[in-house]
Design a protein around this ligand. Sequence first.
Ligand SMILES: [Zn+2]
Length: 151
Amino acid sequence: MNLIVAVVLVVAFTLLYTLFIRVKDIPPPEPVSPTAHLEERKAAIYENLRDLQFEYRVGKLSDADYQQTKLSLQKELATVMSEIDQVAPRPAAASAASASSAAKRRAPAPKPAPVAASACPHCGAEFPAALKFCGECGKSMVVDNSGRETA
Ligand SMILES: [Zn+2]
């Protein structure tokens, strides 16, 4: 009798474990690589090229059809490869790059504007460039990160 109870309990716990606990233990899906969908497309194009060559060899395709299809697949492949090249070399900045890559492809990113204004911490005079000494009061304009004067 005790054995049956024990078996029932074990089965019940196993079921509960399977149904409820393991769901929580499943790790979240891995972040998708920015090139994952491109790699998939590349693999699909290679597969199409293999199929095409096979069909050509067994005589299912005319020479013209073969050449035309091969050319379009190779063009597609080149496009995918260049897209991978644009994404792949910067894995650390992948999220930022993928967000702005479309815009970057259309036009070169503007160079960051130089920080023009530099104000004297003493008299408040403003200058078009950062200066070591204020042109108005002659005091040092070199400040450290806390905003204090260093020299
Ligand atoms: Zn000044």
